[in-house]
Write a protein that binds this ligand. Structure first.
Ligand code: MF3
Ligand code: CO
Length: 256
């Protein structure tokens, strides 16, 4: 069952998405060399509660924090910690989810802490362009396969690989609803998009090494959460919530 949202649900989803984006921007401003990822997590939780919302990740399948802070080779689900100090040049992905008035919002962005090293801006650019192209496909009559294909095809064309086992998703009364939105797909396949569908589209990419095979996969560390690239290369992860409307895609988490 793929839930479609009513007008009043969409109003709240719009508000929640704006809250999540505003907090994410605050976290990006705070992500300076010398700051611990735990300090960012505390800031996120305070801002979420001040907005009258609740952290959506905390306790989700036992996840122990409010945000995910994934640094360099970490793709997603990096756990904030007091011992993890941000360093100049780190590629930092911040992922945040909230619940408010019975509806969820979820967004992520990747930034460089301090001065970018070689390739970091290109990496982030590829993730953002893959997301832009996927959003462009979020139209009535297109399919989930069209959206997913836009991510993977663009990444591969730029010489990048993408997460195979971690996916975007529908979002609304649950953080993860149907349909799943993978980083790769076949045009025309999968469920057809209808007005009122809200998708969290979240490309996760890294530069493929010369010896890397197309089927090389990300893996999960022994902490049971942190996902890392196959050969330790830095990864980028960006995520927006998109409402499918008769007039085209509406990016609910757009930066204002
Ligand atoms: N944006 C990610 C997702 O949609 C974040 C989930 S983190 C978790 O899956 F801790 F909640 F799992
Ligand atoms: Co998500």
């Amino acid at each position: 069952m793929i839930p479609l949202k009513t007008g009043s649900e969409i109003e709240i989803l719009r508000e929640n998405a704006r809250i999540v984006r505003a907090i994410l921007q605050e976290l990006i401003r705070a992500a300076r060399p010398g700051v611990t990822t735990k300090a960012l997590d505390r800031l996120a939780e305070r801002l979420i509660r001040e907005a009258g919302a609740t952290p959506a990740f905390k306790g989700y399948k036992g996840y122990p924090a409010t945000i995910c802070t994934s640094i360099n080779e970490e793709v997603v689900h990096g756990i904030p910690s007091e011992g993890r100090v941000l360093r100049d040049g780190d590629v930092l992905s911040l992922d945040i989810g909230i619940e408010r008035k019975g509806l969820y919002a979820d967004a992520a962005d990747t930034v460089v802490v301090g001065t970018p090293r070689d390739g970091a801006l290109e990496l982030i650019g590829v993730a953002r362009e893959a997301l832009r192209r996927a959003i462009e496909q979020a139209r009535v009559g297109r399919t989930v396969g069209d959206v997913a294909h836009a991510i993977g095809a663009y990444a591969l064309a730029r010489g990048y690989n993408y997460a195979k086992r971690f996916v975007g998703h529908g979002i609304g009364r649950a953080m993860h609803e149907e349909p799943q939105v993978p980083n790769f797909g076949t045009p025309g396949r999968g469920p057809r998009l209808r007005p009122g569908l809200v998708l969290a589209i979240e490309p996760m990419v890294w530069k493929a090494l010369p010896h890397e095979r197309p089927d090389d996969e990300e893996r999960v560390l022994d902490d049971g959460w942190t996902v890392v690239t196959p050969y330790g290369q830095p990864a980028a992860h960006v995520e927006e919530m998109v409402l499918v409307t008769a007039d085209g895609p509406e990016v609910l988490t757009a930066v204002e």
